[in-house]
Design a protein around this ligand. Structure first.
Ligand SMILES: [Zn+2]
Length: 455
């Protein structure tokens, strides 16, 4: 089992042994933490800073500058490192993380294989998928996630995924979805959605919805889901124009015509969207999430990144799922994004490396409505911070920081990860979870699911 307890367990323990718990909490999350002597610090809102300290107080960035005075703070020496904001993953189906590589079977490709295994997931199975996904997120420097839960087979499945997110201490949005095999004429469980939407699960985890939208559900269904989300004040996400057939259905125009776009409605993929549709999306202010690796892997096609840039869309990056992608590697996603943009446009200068960094940090956080909290290293913002080692074979010498981060660095170069000021990875090791236990549970889970699925 993960060593991190949920809020109910924490409250029970606190009531039973308040002194021990207080000491343990202080040890895990000191009130003040000084990150000392980083070689470079990328604020993502201004010029990089050199040889600087960063002071965190109560999970918030209190000061940035050289030689900050230390008093009553734990100190982490970060000489030989780059500091930057933690990455923001803007779309991720976590429930099937225990099935990496199982995208093809005797049933066919990705969709029929997922359809075969989906009915056999219990609440415990989807939760272990979330545990494993969040471990991989933290390990690779992703500090905010958007868990696109589209195999909710019962209220207990939703509650299990939310509990896993809360106990992880990772920042994110739980997007309430539907069961994989629900009919196009059936809405998601709006009654249960309304019950859990009454209050955020924690200070770090919020609620939204992930809907099938015009491309994958009947008009009266998606409209009912949009109406419910907006009545509850919840953000919406939907896959749109993923392939030519979906794009030909005119779903984006239908959304635009019925006030279904806006800053609260994230559109995922747009791989086959026309330039006219992208202009509609840009005008309405809907953020977009792309997952370039899985868009290639599932056969959607080459993401039209040059058109997305020239249309002025608010962009976020994503890993989508581990079944196809095999790894939650935001460095690799940034690299593929820039290189596809250059190759498709035949213009080496169309997309700077720094643009991919913005998509993975500031723009990603804005696209999830978190732009005032995370995505930049600025005084007053929450301390979601990662440190990259500069002494690895692939990270030295550090001649150009954006290029180093988008084309050379890898998850194993992530030395330190803080979320809300709490240390999740230190000296390259995950310090808040029992990873072998999670892996053992995930292995048992997918073994049990494969047998009745016939894959
Ligand atoms: Zn998706």
């Amino acid at each position: 089992m993960p060593t991190i307890m949920n809020r109910r367990q924490a409250s029970a323990l606190l009531a039973a042994a308040p002194l021990a718990m207080t000491i343990a909490a202080r040890a895990a999350s000191p009130r003040r933490l000084l990150l000392r002597g980083a070689n470079h610090l990328l604020t993502m809102t201004g010029a990089p800073r050199q040889k600087t300290d960063l002071l965190i107080s109560d999970g918030r960035i209190e000061a940035i500058g050289p030689n900050l005075p230390v008093s009553e703070a734990d100190v982490i020496d970060l000489s030989g490192h780059i500091l930057l904001p933690g990455f923001v993953g803007t779309h991720w189906h976590m429930w099937n993380t225990a099935a990496p590589g199982l995208w093809r079977s005797a049933k066919g490709g990705f969709m029929p294989t997922m359809a075969a295994i989906a009915p056999h997931f219990t609440p415990a199975d989807v939760a272990i998928g979330v545990d494993l996904a969040l471990a991989e997120a933290v390990s690779s420097g992703i500090t905010t996630v958007h868990n696109w839960a589209h195999n909710l087979r019962s209220p207990a499945h939703a509650e299990a995924e939310i509990a896993a997110m809360v106990r992880s201490g990772v920042r994110g949005r739980f997007a309430y979805g539907y069961a994989q095999d629900v009919g196009k004429d059936q809405p998601m469980d709006l009654e249960h959605l309304s019950a859990i939407a009454r209050q955020p699960p924690s200070a770090l985890v919020s609620i939204g919805i992930c809907a099938r939208g015009p491309d994958r559900s009947d008009a009266e269904v998606w409209q009912a889901e949009w109406d419910a989300a907006r009545r509850l004040g919840l953000p919406i996400s939907t896959h749109m124009a993923s392939d030519p057939k979906a794009a030909a259905g005119g779903g984006i125009a239908a959304l635009a015509a019925r006030d279904g776009l806006g800053s609260d409605v994230q559109l995922v993929h747009l791989t086959s969207a026309s330039r006219a549709d992208m202009d509609r999306v840009a005008t309405a202010g809907s953020p977009v999430s792309i997952s370039p690796w899985t868009e290639l892997e599932v056969g959607y096609g080459v993401p039209p990144i040059p058109d997305m840039i020239t249309a002025g869309l608010l962009m976020g990056l994503s890993v989508d799922n581990m079944v196809l992608a095999g790894q939650a590697n935001m460095f690799s996603v940034m690299r593929l994004s820039t290189d596809l943009a250059r190759g498709v446009s035949r213009n080496q200068l169309l997309m700077e490396d720094n643009m991919a960094l913005r998509w993975a940090t500031t723009d990603g956080s804005r696209s999830l409505g978190l732009g005032k909290q995370v995505g930049a290293l600025v005084r007053g913002m929450r301390a979601d911070i990662i440190a990259i080692r500069l002494d690895a074979l692939n990270t030295a010498p550090a001649a150009d920081l954006p290029s180093l981060l988008t084309h050379a660095a890898r998850p194993d170069n992530v030395s330190l990860v803080l979320i809300d000021g709490v240390v999740h990875k230190r000296d390259g090791r995950l310090v808040r979870i029992d990873l072998p236990a999670i892996q053992a549970q995930a292995t048992a889970s997918i073994k049990r699911i494969r047998s009745p699925s016939g894959i």
